[in-house]
Design a protein around this ligand. Structure first.
Ligand SMILES: CC(C)(COP(=O)(O)OP(=O)(O)OC[C@H]1O[C@@H](n2cnc3c(N)ncnc32)[C@H](O)[C@@H]1OP(=O)(O)O)[C@@H](O)C(=O)NCCC(=O)NCCS
Length: 189
C-alpha cells in the first residue's frame, strides 16, 4: 500500500496521518512512563489493542476538520515514525468525558525517547504553526505541565510567549504559551 499523503513537510521531516500499521510504534512510545509522565490525558498503553483503539479515536477526531489533526512525525531520510505532532482545539476543563472543546487552537508534540535531542519536536511544531497561520488562524496556544522543562524549551525555541498558569484546559494546572501569526516567522520550505 502506498504511504499516506503528507500533511506537511519540513527540512528533515514528513508529517502524515497515522495508519493502523503504526500501532507497534504507538504502543512502544505511549507505553513509556517518560513519555506519558506529563501528558495526563491517558494512562500508558499496555497492549496492541489499546494502541489500535487510540489510533481509531485519533482518526475519527481528525475527520472533523481537515485542517486539524493528530499526526505521525516521520523522518524524510528513512520514513521511520519518531513521534506525534498535533494541531487541534484545546479541551476545556470539565468533569465530563470527553472534555468539551474550547475555541482555542492548540499545538502539541510528543517524541519517542530514541529521538529526543535532535530538534524534531521544534521542527514539526513549527510546521504545524505555519499550517495553522497560513489557513488564517490568528493565535495558537501550547499547554504543558509546569514541570515539563523539555516541552517549555520547545515552546521557547518556537518563539512562543508565556501567557501564564491556568486550570482552563485538561482539568489540570498548566502553563500556557501562545504563538501569533503576526510574530511567527514562516519556514521557507
Ligand atoms: C517534549 C519533548 C517532545 C521535547 O523533546 P526534545 O527532543 O527535547 O525537543 P526537540 O525535538 O525540539 O529537540 C531539542 C533538543 O535537541 C537539541 N538539538 C540537537 N540538534 C538540534 C537541531 N538541529 N535543531 C534544534 N535542536 C537540536 C537542542 O539543543 C535541544 O536540546 P535541549 O533542550 O537539551 O537544549 C520530549 O521531551 C517528549 O516527547 N516528552 C514526552 C511527551 C511530552 O511531554 N510532550 C509535551 C506535552 S506538553
Amino acid at each position: 500500500m502506498a504511504s499516506p499523503q503528507a500533511i506537511f513537510r519540513t527540512e528533515r521531516l514528513i508529517v502524515r496521518p497515522y495508519t493502523a500499521k503504526d500501532r507497534s510504534f504507538v504502543l512502544d512510545m505511549y507505553s513509556r512512563q517518560e513519555v506519558q509522565r506529563f501528558i495526563g490525558t491517558q494512562r500508558p498503553l499496555e497492549s496492541m489493542e489499546e494502541a489500535a483503539a487510540l489510533l481509531m479515536r485519533w482518526r475519527s477526531a481528525n475527520s472533523i476538520n481537515p485542517l486539524l489533526g493528530i499526526w505521525a512525525v516521520t523522518l524524510r531520510a528513512t520514513r521511520e515514525p519518531v513521534g506525534t505532532v498535533m494541531l487541534k482545539m484545546a479541551p476545556l476543563s470539565a468533569d465530563a468525558q470527553p472534555m468539551p472543546l474550547s475555541d482555542d487552537y492548540e499545538v502539541g508534540w510528543h517524541l519517542h525517547p530514541d529521538y529526543w535531542g535532535h530538534g524534531y519536536a521544534t521542527e514539526a511544531a513549527a510546521g504545524a504553526l505555519q499550517r495553522g497561520f497560513e489557513a488564517g488562524i490568528a493565535e495558537i496556544v501550547s499547554v504543558m505541565h509546569p514541570d515539563n522543562a523539555p516541552s517549555r524549551r520547545v515552546a521557547q525555541r518556537l518563539g512562543m510567549v508565556y501567557v501564564g498558569r491556568t486550570r482552563r484546559y485538561y482539568s489540570a494546572e498548566a502553563d500556557v504559551y501562545r504563538a501569533t501569526a503576526a510574530d511567527t516567522p514562516m519556514l521557507t520550505n
